[in-house]
Design a protein around this ligand. Sequence first.
Ligand code: G6P
Ligand code: MG
Length: 226
Amino acid sequence: MMLKAIIFDLDGVITDTAHLHFLAWQRVAVQIGIHIDEEFNAGLKGISRMDSLARILRHGGKEKAYSQAECVQLAQTKNTLYVESLKGLTRDSLLPGIAQVLADIREANVRIGLASVSLNAPAILKALEIDRAFDFCADASRIQHSKPHPEIFLAACAGLDVTPEQAIGIEDAQAGVAAINAARMLSVGIGDDLFDAGLRLSSTDELTWHCLTDFWHAARGPNRHQ
Ligand code: G6P
Ligand code: MG
């Protein structure tokens, strides 16, 4: 089968905004007397803003403490802090190897998609000056389910006009890898503990066109692009 598309997660794969999400949530959590650490934060990766807040409140035993309007306000506070922290993003904020692999995928005529549930994704791609590298970005505002539900990856495949079996997905979160697998795409996991990923890499440095085609070839058979 021929490889037709590669679909990227954003936060933690293309740029290191996963940490900025954590810092913003941590400030909101402190305000409401809840302690969260990096370990807890790993479970928030790929989880939408409102679902992340629900998990934080549950973690602090405060799931019934706030009305819906107060929850919206807390989520807005987090987003204001988060957006403020994005101001320093430039092309230099791309993680190592990402600019090169995007260029190589384009050169090979394989389509490039984005599957991020972040409503800030379009602004981040612009700040990184890579918005034009993507053939299709799934629209987070139209997605009902956070990862590990496959919805956003399926939406990206549909927008790119490929079947999930013709695509590879790249993720840094357990929920994201589960979403890719549930969509029946091939999964690449970047970082530790992503045991369900078809291919595990320790950093984006290792994410090369060569390694992607080797992985594809091993899993799906000969690839015209090699
Ligand atoms: C990504 C991140 C999550 C974040 C979500 C929503 O999936 O991994 O940590 O909560 O996007 O982001 P947003 O920018 O819309 O609050
Ligand atoms: Mg991520």
